[in-house]
Design a binder for this molecule. Structure first.
Ligand code: NAD
Length: 470
C-alpha cells in the first residue's frame, strides 16, 4: 500500500484550485486543474535545484542508484492510478502498448538506468602515462517534454541525469501536465527534496527554463521548430543541449517477406499510440510484386484493432490528444484524397463527436511527394508507397530533411543489413519499428536532432568528461 494507491488520492495530491483546465481528449470531460506556472516560478525552481545539487552529487553513484530503484518501486506501487490518469489526460487506452505499458516503461527505465556500469574509463595506461576520463555531473538539467508519451519521455530525460548526480527541473507539455506532476509526486516520496522539480505552464515557461543562466544542460523532446528556439535561447549560457525532434520515419519492405507474417508488426510500427509517436513508421515503401498482398494484410490487421475511450478495457487505439493534431491529420488525409490516393480504411472522422477520434487510415496508390508522405502527420494514417527498385525505395526514404528512425523488413538478415547501411537515420530497426530499449542508445540526425539518450551513451550525455592525466 502506498499513499497513492487510488486514482482519487493521486489526483487530489496534484490538482490546483485555479489554473489550467485539462480535458480528456476522448470525452471532453474535465480531468483536473493544473497549476499555471509562470517564468518566475521556473526561476525559483531552478534555484532550488541548484541549491540541492551539491548534496545530491555527494551522495555518490551507488546511493543514487539505490534511490532510482526505490523510485521504480514507488512507480510500480502506484502503477494503476498513474495509468488511469495518463489515459484520461493523454487519451491513450489502458491496454495495448499504451498507458499501462508506458507506466511500466517508466519503472523499467529507472531500474535499468540504475544498473549500468559507470562510464568512467582509462584512455591510456602504458607504464609512462595514465589518463582516465571521469564523467562528472553537469549541475542542473532542464527537461522540456511533449504530450505524446509524457511520463515515459520525462523519465528518459531525468533518469540518467539523476544517476549522474545532476538535479532536474521538468517542464511538461501544457497538454499533459497532470501526468508528469503525478509521476514526480510519486517518485518524490523517495527522493531528497528539490532533486526532481517540475513547473507546469506553456512555451513561455519552457523558454524561462532554457534561457535560465543556472541551467547546465537542456534535454528537449518536441518539434524541430521549438528545438531551434531552444538553441537560440541557450546562446548566452552555452548550456549543452540534447535535441530529440520530429521525425517522418520510413519503413522499407523487401520482396522476400511473407506479408501476413509481418502485417501486425508493420501495423504497430505505424499506429503505436495511435500514430502519435516520434519514431513511428510514417511512410511505408512496398515493392510492386507484393504490394497488393501487403496492403490487404494490413487492412485485415487494422480491422481487429478497436479504437475508443481509453478507460474501456477493449480498446487499443485512442483519440488524437488535441484539436491541433486532429486538424493536421485531417488536412493531410484530405490532401492525399485530393491528390488521387486511395483511402483503404478510415479517412472519414465524425466531426460532431466529443473526442478527437480520427479513424485508422490506410492510404494506397499515393505519390512520394504528396504532403501526407512528405510531412510528419503524427497520427493514425499510413501512406503505402509502391516502388519498383530498391535503389528507388532507398532514395525516397532518404529524401526528407529528418532522420529519426527507419526500418527494413526482410526474411534475409544480410539483405536487410545492406539496405540499413544506406539509410539516413539515428536508428534502423530490422523487422520491427520504434521498439526502444533502455540499454540501447537512441537519437536522431538531420533535423531530427542530435545527442543520445539511453544506455551508457545516455549517461555520458548528462555529464561532462573530466580527463585526469597523470
Ligand atoms: P512542441 O515543440 O510544440 O512542444 C514541446 C515542449 O516545448 C512543450 O513542453 C512546450 O511547452 C515547450 N515549448 C514551446 N515553446 C517553447 C519555447 N520557445 N522554449 C522552450 N520550450 C517551449 O512539441 P509537441 O507538439 O508537444 O510534440 C510533438 C513533436 O515532438 C513532434 O514533432 C514529435 O515528433 C516530437 N517528438 C520527438 C521525440 C523524439 O524522441 N525525437 C519524441 C516525442 C515527440
Amino acid at each position: 500500500m502506498t499513499q497513492f494507491d487510488t486514482y482519487d488520492s493521486l489526483l487530489s495530491s496534484i490538482v490546483a484550485e485555479s489554473g489550467d483546465e485539462v480535458k480528456n481528449p476522448a470525452t471532453g470531460e474535465v480531468v483536473g486543474i493544473a497549476p499555471s506556472g509562470t517564468p518566475e516560478d521556473m526561476d525559483a525552481a531552478v534555484q532550488r535545484a541548484r541549491d540541492a545539487q551539491k548534496a545530491w552529487a555527494k551522495l555518490g553513484e551507488e546511493k543514487r542508484n539505490e534511490l532510482l530503484v526505490a523510485a521504480a518501486d514507488a512507480v510500480d506501487a502506484a502503477a494503476e492510478p498513474l495509468a488511469e490518469l495518463l489515459s484520461r489526460e493523454q487519451g491513450k487506452p489502458l491496454n495495448g502498448p499504451n498507458a499501462r505499458f508506458e507506466v511500466g516503461a517508466c519503472s523499467s527505465w529507472l531500474r535499468v538506468t540504475a544498473s549500468f556500469d559507470s562510464p568512467d574509463h582509462t584512455v591510456v595506461e602504458d607504464g609512462e602515462t595514465t589518463a582516465k576520463i571521469y564523467y562528472r555531473p553537469l549541475g542542473v538539467v532542464g527537461a522540456i517534454g511533449p504530450w505524446n508519451w509524457p511520463m515515459m519521455i520525462s523519465v528518459w530525460q531525468f533518469a540518467a541525469a539523476l544517476r549522474m548526480g545532476n538535479t532536474v527541473v521538468l517542464k511538461p507539455s501544457e497538454y499533459t501536465p497532470l501526468s508528469v506532476l503525478a509521476l514526480v509526486k510519486v517518485i518524490n516520496t523517495v527522493l531528497p527534496e528539490d532533486v526532481l522539480n517540475v513547473v507546469t505552464g506553456g512555451g513561455d515557461v519552457g523558454g524561462a527554463l532554457s534561457a535560465n543562466a543556472g541551467i547546465d544542460k537542456i534535454m528537449f523532446t518536441g518539434s524541430t521548430e521549438t528545438g531551434r528556439r531552444i538553441l537560440e535561447s541557450t546562446a548566452a549560457s552555452l548550456a549543452r543541449v540534447t535535441l530529440e525532434l520530429g521525425g517522418n520515419d520510413a519503413g522499407i519492405v523487401l520482396d522476400d517477406v511473407n506479408p501476413k507474417e509481418i502485417a501486425e508488426g508493420l501495423f504497430w510500427g505505424a499506429f503505436i499510440n495511435t500514430g502519435q509517436t516520434c519514431a513511428a513508421m510514417k511512410r511505408l515503401y512496398v515493392p510492386e510484386s507484393i504490394y497488393d498482398d501487403v496492403v490487404e494484410a494490413l487492412v485485415e490487421v487494422s480491422k481487429n484493432m478497436p479504437m475508443g475511450v481509453g478507460l474501456e478495457e477493449e480498446n487499443v487505439l485512442g483519440p488524437l490528444q488535441n484539436r491541433q493534431q486532429f486538424d493536421i491529420v485531417d488536412r493531410l488525409v484530405k490532401e492525399a484524397k485530393d491528390g488521387g490516393a486511395r483511402i483503404l480504411t478510415g479517412g472519414d472522422p465524425d466531426y460532431d463527436q466529443p473526442g478527437y477520434f480520427y479513424p485508422t487510415t490506410l492510404v494506397s496508390d499515393i505519390d512520394n511527394d504528396n504532403p501526407l508522405v512528405a510531412e510528419e502527420q503524427f497520427g493514425p494514417a499510413l501512406p503505402i508507397i509502391k516502388y519498383s527498385t530498391l535503389d528507388e525505395a532507398i532514395e525516397m526514404a532518404n529524401a526528407l530533411d529528418v532522420g529519426l528512425g527507419s526500418s527494413v523488413w526482410s526474411a534475409d538478415r544480410e539483405r536487410a543489413l545492406e539496405v540499413a547501411a544506406e539509410l539516413e537515420a539515428g536508428t534502423t530497426w530490422i523487422n520491427a519499428h520504434g521498439t526502444v530499449d533502455p540499454r540501447i542508445p537512441f537519437g536522431g540526425m538531420k533535423n531530427s536532432g542530435y545527442g543520445l539518450e539511453f544506455g551508457i551513451e545516455g549517461l555520458k550525455g548528462v555529464a561532462y568528461p573530466h580527463v585526469v592525466n597523470g
